[in-house]
Design a protein. Sequence first.
Length: 198
Amino acid sequence: MSMRVAVIGDCPVFRHGVSQLISTAADLQLVVSVSSLQGADGNLRGVDVVLMDLRQPPQRLAATVAELRKRGHAVIVASSATEIDAMEIIRAGAGGCLDRQAEGEELLTAIRVVGSGRSYVSAPIDALLKRTPHFTGREQEILRLLANGATDQEIAAELRISKHTVHSHLDRIGEKTGTRRRPDLTRLAVEQGLTEEA
């Protein structure tokens, strides 16, 4: 029995290319190829795997993944490693994260793997997931205070260091994580268990 696949992507070239590729696989059946989840409504009944390539903010993308999972579909998100918060997508229920640069054979493999109930993550995104920065004790203290809502001035006062030194530590943390955005660093601190004092 063929695995039934839906393609949802806001790039027409992506949708066309993937649809053509799926049509070459004897064990896969393309059910629908549309530009949005709303466009697919009514056509997703019986779909096993939804392959999604939507340029949306991470939270909205995660909400879309969660909605599709609630409806009983396995979900693969295609994107570039630098664009998505892979952890958030996986926590939302995605069975796979596929790099947009993946070759056709890898894409078909990902569909088959996720459709069979297992998970699949492309190598570049997998490397991103495994990259856990090492923070010094001082950096951990700063992350903990930041995650608890402290301002730079309050962090400086608490640790008895200058505000300039706080900024230097935040610069190094930014280099290690690729971000200086407080929401991102707060999430990272929570994930690493740094939000409570030892």
